[in-house]
Design a protein around this ligand. Sequence first.
Ligand SMILES: Nc1nc2c(c(=O)[nH]1)N[C@H]1C(S)=C(S)[C@@H](COP(=O)(O)OP(=O)(O)OC[C@H]3O[C@@H](n4cnc5c(=O)[nH]c(N)nc54)[C@H](O)[C@@H]3O)O[C@H]1N2
Ligand SMILES: Nc1nc2c(c(=O)[nH]1)N[C@H]1C(S)=C(S)[C@@H](COP(=O)(O)OP(=O)(O)OC[C@H]3O[C@@H](n4cnc5c(=O)[nH]c(N)nc54)[C@H](O)[C@@H]3O)O[C@H]1N2
Ligand SMILES: [Mo]
Length: 768
Amino acid sequence: MGKMDFIGKPSSAAGGWGALKSVGKRLLESGAPLSNAKALLKTNQPDGFDCPGCAWGDPEHGSSFEFCENGVKAVSWEATEARVAPEFFAANKVSALSQWSDYELEKQGRLTNPLRYDRSSDRYVRVSWDDAFREIGTILRGLDSPDRAEFYTSGRASNEAAFLYQLMVRLYGTNNFPDCSNMCHEASGVGLKASIGVGKGTVLLEDFEKTDAIFVIGQNPGTNHPRMLGDLRRAAIRGARIAVFNPIKEKGLQRFSDPQDKLEMITGGNTKIATNYYQPRQGGDMAAIRGISKVVFSADEAARAAGQPAIIDYDFLTDHAVEFEAYRAAVDATNWETILDQSGLTREAIEEAASIYMNASSVIATWAMGVTQHKHSVAIVREITNLMLLRGNVGRPGAGLCPVRGHSNVQGDRTVGIDEKAPPALLDALEKEFGVMMPRNRGHNTVEAISAMLDGKAQSFIALGGNFLRATPDSPLIIEAFKKQKLTVNIATKLNHSHLVPGETSFILPCLGRTEIDRNSAGLPQIVTVEDSMSMVHGSGGINEPASPELRSEVAIIAGIAEATLGSDLVNWNALADDYDLIRDMIERVIPGFHEFNERVRVPRGFHLRNAAAEREWHTPEKKAVFFTGPLPEMTEHQAALSKEGLFVLQTFRSHDQYNTTIYGLDDRYRGVYGERQVIFMNPKDMETLGAHAKQRVDVIGEYGDGVERIAKDFRLVPYDIPQGSVCGYYPELNVLVPLHSYGEGSFTPTSKSVLVSVRLRGEAAAA
Ligand SMILES: Nc1nc2c(c(=O)[nH]1)N[C@H]1C(S)=C(S)[C@@H](COP(=O)(O)OP(=O)(O)OC[C@H]3O[C@@H](n4cnc5c(=O)[nH]c(N)nc54)[C@H](O)[C@@H]3O)O[C@H]1N2
Ligand SMILES: Nc1nc2c(c(=O)[nH]1)N[C@H]1C(S)=C(S)[C@@H](COP(=O)(O)OP(=O)(O)OC[C@H]3O[C@@H](n4cnc5c(=O)[nH]c(N)nc54)[C@H](O)[C@@H]3O)O[C@H]1N2
Ligand SMILES: [Mo]
């Protein structure tokens, strides 16, 4: 680290030869270029595996391999030849490994054997699967209440694994299901459920071929959903308007050179993606959208006064929505001064965006973490929905709401029951299927789980994938929380920091990844299923030999823990692990929409889970879509930052070379940063005010006045085109600055995109 020349030229467009070059490099580095090339050709294909990267949908008629640079990274990272075998742990103490970076840890390769922490030597040592299961079962049975255990899920788990997991946990007796969704799209789920009755997106991939305008809000698809760029590009070429809302000028949203397009690749050409690019302030999207609604209302009034057709779709609203007049009143009551200050946009810009919206006969709104990781995120999601309802842009072709999910099966995991506030219908169905009572009390989400682990209410932590310790806020607190546990168990493919703060008893249980063949006791390959952002459910079967003969599937590991904890009287766990069709039969009986699951998942591309709202059937108490009528937030963090000298609002985002806490490399090609992650992007005017120069060394300090010292030491400034008063940097390194108590209203999602900080220059001596 500490390269002096880490600021370089960003790529001129996303995709293109830069992406191809990066792919070649990845394949060579993984040590197995040939099997990887084969693996890649099977990614997101009917007879291959679902890409462990993002949750963007797969094309309906895609017979050719859809190229995706970051999909390649995800696949080759998993299909690497490198291994962390027991010898590695013999050579490295846990306390020493805990000083390694996230990048160095995962780079060591795939876990190969079940491991148990040995406190006397401070090392992980081999353990047999049976001994591990037995000891875990004994500890879980010994807790004085099932609510003393937390069961985390990361969104890569298959539907089969997740269903079995929630079944085991509920039969054990708790609804403590903190999951990555709590840190991710929870606000989308909560907001959409309140507004349209379903907490999921309403569009299909083909809607992108029909739409006239796409509003892309708070999302960086060039890095995080690269295959989405292909769909945006085709829409742009058709002449659809693409209005982007992002405080940062993200490369992938400006120009994209499609590696699938031979002409673009040969000529070095590229396609303009955003037709209109708006740079709102952090957390200013609700104000921006309300401003657009305000313009729509007044244009509608003017049109009707002039005897022209209405702009608002009153027929749709009469039949399908409630609280419309109250929303009109709320918009009337919001003055332009507040809208402009909070959004940071000009009135002309908002009027222009409104005219794009009004001139399009069908509009899609997509969004991701730039919307969901603020205090008022549920309200932002609901405001976006309000705007879309005004012209009936929900539930018809080419129109709809599209929260773009993160992990490849995060949506499916929730569908099959990973939910700390499970709907009664799910619990009823489980009781009917298994003939026993299910726990009815609300369980812990991620924030509550951490508090419980800290105050001793929770004494065991089991993780189905993920890297809880690094993904969550207030990093030093989480370390304390882990240390207090009687038991920590991590089911994982690769070594990460969550494994390196062991509880009293601790296990690492290595599992198969998506790319690997999952064989049952008869040697027959099994498939699992996943659900993408468009609610398409499809099969996924690995094609590579497992990284080690000792690995077990996630399903088999859960079955092992369940059998040792609960016995097999009620559920024959091992039979289920030996034949996933039986699990799918259970899912079919318990979860709506999965009829003929086993047959339908074996047809290419799988099937679509019905979304009632997409058919204009509203599962709200009013049986209609419900307008949100609340006010704008009193003050956003960005406004707070601007009101006080030296205060900034920090957003923590992803570089082009990472998958959440998995760091593939140290470059961020599209933003022109190379070989360095300890950076803070800042507006040049703010740098001038601070008296700082490019590459200046700084410390970033949390400003919450709650008596907790939060500090990120020795970062370097990068001058960047972002609104004043706002700074950005990479997650997970900056999670030390996010307070556990700062979370979204109604979503409990840590406010990772609105953190109050100050920036202190470090002496130049320190730079030497
Ligand atoms: N390669 C790769 N793919 C991934 C992931 C990965 O880490 N790497 N992660 C996966 C997961 S779990 C998820 S959830 C998704 C994440 O996908 P994204 O949501 O695209 O991820 P972030 O990097 O957090 O980017 C947030 C974007 O929102 C913008 N933003 C921040 N605050 C605001 C705001 O207040 N308003 C607006 N309008 N914009 C704002 C930022 O400038 C940035 O462009 O990607 C998934 N796919
Ligand atoms: N400050 C800040 N914090 C954030 C965010 C942010 O934007 N800013 N984003 C949040 C978001 S959107 C999310 S989704 C969370 C992500 O939080 P998590 O889902 O907990 O984290 P990941 O980094 O995706 O997990 C990586 C680990 O998963 C394991 N793994 C990989 N593949 C498999 C598999 O197939 N099976 C199993 N069992 N394990 C596997 C590997 O061991 C790897 O080390 O982080 C959240 N935290
Ligand atoms: Mo996510």
